[in-house]
Design a protein around this ligand. Structure first.
Ligand code: WTA
Length: 673
């Protein structure tokens, strides 16, 4: 004892920390230091064992994590009460909490002056920081303003705003007073917005006078004005000012500046674990988007845990997720996950190429971002501009690079890893969905020296048990096989229902493989048991990471007076991942110039849905290939577009096989242009 004391003192005097050269380090990392809860999980050592434990002792795992990581107003009495086959999903029942307290008050309690948000405004170099104390005050003021205008617990507030601090404060203000929020991506048209406001039965909309992105101004308030004309439930529209341009206001409208008159204290509502936190609309395989419902405790816990462990987030890091808050990625990894962990989170208002293709990396250098989370489509675009735009800036702050929304091809993955991350940052390809609430499959967490395979999401997160199904609904147990990706047991972050349509929830996710959650994606499991997502199995496509149902586009195209019917498919696109190809049949004796028709179709799609849903190609055809029962054979159309004519399959079941020949010739002409 005396000897070792002397040893340490003399070592310290020389300015060297004591070391124990004779002791060999064995057994990797201390599991409890990695996850303190694991200290209570008997015999669990290492990340793989922890994953295994989280799946086979799911209740113990989630109970321990929920107790430690969330601040409860009242503890829960039942960890879970779920029956996937009937679409019943309940976590942490009996528990009460307030999500905004978990994201704000407890951080203010520990460190009020820590920066919560860095708003990276469109205008480069004009970022604005908000501390946790300021964000809490802003949230309380908005909460009080909403209450003053009649918003009550259980109401739903629609937020139509780009990524900005007031949007975050509005989301958290809803959580504070017990209202649900419904954030609608600010790129959606008036019609799409109106449909979502009506379905959510919102009485309040929060928006901005104008949006600014990539140096361009968008008329958000004007879009809201048009939308609410067909939304009789809307009582008030709150308007924040992003620019100095005044917009026409009516009696219904309230300037967001009114919040300055409100108190900076707003009592948090005590919410049940399973009360609704938010709705978020996403596309499915029918024409009507679905409002997925996420609830309080389970969602927050899952967002927080994944943000920490997938990205190796540590206290004091600056977390840069460059998504839009209008999508689930923004909800979970700009707002709820990072704030629940007390992180500094970046709100990126601009585009990857504004004012030049160095924007992301200049932002990384200036804000000293530690974790960068972006979309493959942006990476593919930047790759084409060349390495010089990356190398100009200091990226030494970067520790982890993330990818989300669509498959990342090997070339883009390698470039992200080698050029952006200088070969020293793990790249995590994260697979998940609006429905899953948070990341379900990602290379991390894993032991620090374990391999990461380019372009593969690889490993299930804690509590996630993926399975692959064959066409008959049997579980495929072997490796080196492909099938429909399902998740075998419930997890706290999963969506609970579709707003006003639990039947559709059950039909879409629970019935295809009874007892399992069906993701709609296909996947391959490698010989080593790693997962790789192969793409959607339904009629949903992914354009620049934006999910859109082909049926939604067809519905709109078919509304054009000249159009008799149409079929829309996705095809592989260099930058966007998938592009949109529309086959259109005109009504008999319809005379319209092709050019005019294209213009008409594009304008109707951007008016009814959004610009990103406009077709890249439109091919006028006389007939669509159909089965004798009248079903459009989209598979055949896909093969034609992929120039895979050898595997068109048996066309004899088609109503009119000659239709295919005409389409092959038409496509050949288009693709030569
Ligand atoms: C696709 C986005 C391959 C997938 C978080 C999924 C991916 C849909 C990946 C969900 C990935 C998401 N690799 N495909 N890493 N991540 N997808 O709801 O088809 O907007 O079903 O959620 O995007 O899109 P959503």
């Amino acid at each position: 004892m005396i000897f070792s004391f002397k040893f340490s003192v003399s070592a310290l005097r020389r300015g060297v920390p004591p070391s124990y050269p004779h002791v060999v380090r064995r057994g990797g990392c201390n599991t409890a230091a990695f996850m303190p809860e694991a200290a209570g999980f008997e015999g669990v050592s290492g990340r793989a064992a922890l994953q295994e434990f989280s799946v086979s002792n799911s209740e113990d795992f989630w109970a321990a994590v929920a107790r430690q990581r969330l601040s409860w107003i009242r503890p829960f009495h039942t960890v879970q009460d779920c029956d996937l086959s009937r679409g019943r999903i309940k976590w942490f029942q009996g528990g009460m909490l307030n999500v905004s307290v978990n994201c704000l008050d407890r951080q203010v309690h520990i460190c009020p002056e820590r920066v919560a948000l860095i708003w990276e405004r469109d205008e480069r170099g004009s970022e604005v920081r908000y501390t946790y104390r300021q964000l809490l005050e802003m949230t309380c003021r908005v909460g009080n303003l909403l209450k003053r205008h009649g918003v009550r617990k259980g109401d739903c507030v629609t937020i139509y705003m780009p990524t900005c601090p007031l949007a975050v404060a509005s989301m958290l203000a809803c959580a504070r007073i017990g209202a649900a929020h419904n954030v609608v991506f600010a790129g959606f048209s008036a019609d799409a917005l109106a449909e979502r406001i009506r379905d959510a039965q919102s009485s309040i909309v929060i928006t901005m006078n104008q949006g600014v992105r990539g140096g361009k101004v968008t008329e958000l308030k004007k879009t809201v004005d048009t939308a609410v004309q067909s939304c009789p439930t809307v009582r008030h529209v709150f308007v924040a000012m992003r620019t100095e341009t005044l917009v026409p206001m009516t009696d219904r409208d309230v300037l967001m500046d009114e919040m300055l008159k409100e108190d900076v204290v707003c009592e948090p509502a005590a919410m049940n674990s399973e009360d609704v936190l938010f709705l978020l609309y996403t596309s499915g395989s029918t024409g009507k988007p679905k409002g997925l419902v996420h609830t309080q405790a389970g969602y927050l816990l899952y967002a927080a845990l994944t943000q920490r462990y997938v990205f190796s987030y540590h206290d004091g890091d600056v977390f840069g997720c460059v998504a839009d808050i209008g999508w689930i990625t923004g909800h979970s990894y700009i707002v709820y996950g990072p704030l629940a962990n007390g992180a500094t989170t970046v709100l990126f208002e601009s585009t990857p190429v504004y004012p030049d293709p160095g924007r992301y990396w200049e932002t990384v250098e200036r804000l000293k971002i530690n974790q960068f989370y972006g979309a493959p489509t942006a990476i593919r675009l930047l790759l084409k501009y060349g390495d010089q735009w990356v190398n100009k800036y200091d990226r030494s702050s970067l520790k982890t690079l993330g990818s989300v929304g669509e498959p990342i091809n090997t070339e883009a993955w390698e470039w992200y890893h080698r050029v952006v991350g200088e070969g020293r940052c793990p790249v995590v390809d994260t697979w998940w969905q609006t429905e899953t609430g948070g990341i379900c499959i990602a290379p991390k967490p894993s032991e620090p020296d374990e391999e990461i395979v380019p372009g593969m999401a690889m490993r299930p997160f804690f509590g996630i048990k993926p399975v692959l199904m064959d066409t008959e609904g049997k579980v495929l147990t072997a490796n080196n096989t492909s099938g429909a990706l399902c998740i075998a047991q419930p997890w706290p972050g999963m969506a609970r229902t579709i707003h006003n349509n639990h039947e559709r929830f059950i039909e879409t996710y629970c019935q295809p493989y009874p007892g399992y959650f069906f993701t709609g994606d296909g996947a391959y499991r490698s010989p080593k048991g790693y997962y790789q997502i192969t793409g959607r199995l339904d009629d949903v496509i992914n354009v620049s990471g934006h999910r859109i149902g082909t049926a939604e586009i067809e519905d709109v195209v078919n509304q054009c007076p000249a159009v008799a019917e149409s079929a829309v498919i996705g095809y592989s696109h260099d930058i966007k991942g998938q592009g949109i190809y529309a086959f259109v049949v005109l009504k008999k004796n319809m005379k319209i110039k092709e050019e005019d028709l294209y213009k008409q179709l594009n304008s109707v799609v951007s008016e009814k849905i959004a610009k990103y849903a406009c077709p890249d190609f439109i091919l006028l055809v006389k007939r669509l290939p159909k089965t004798r029962s009248g079903k459009i054979m989209r598979r055949v159309l896909r093969k034609v577009v992929e120039s895979d004519l050898d595997s068109l399959g048996d066309l004899s079941t088609l109503d009119d096989p000659a239709a295919v020949q005409e389409i092959i010739e038409g496509h050949a002409k288009i693709s030569m242009k």
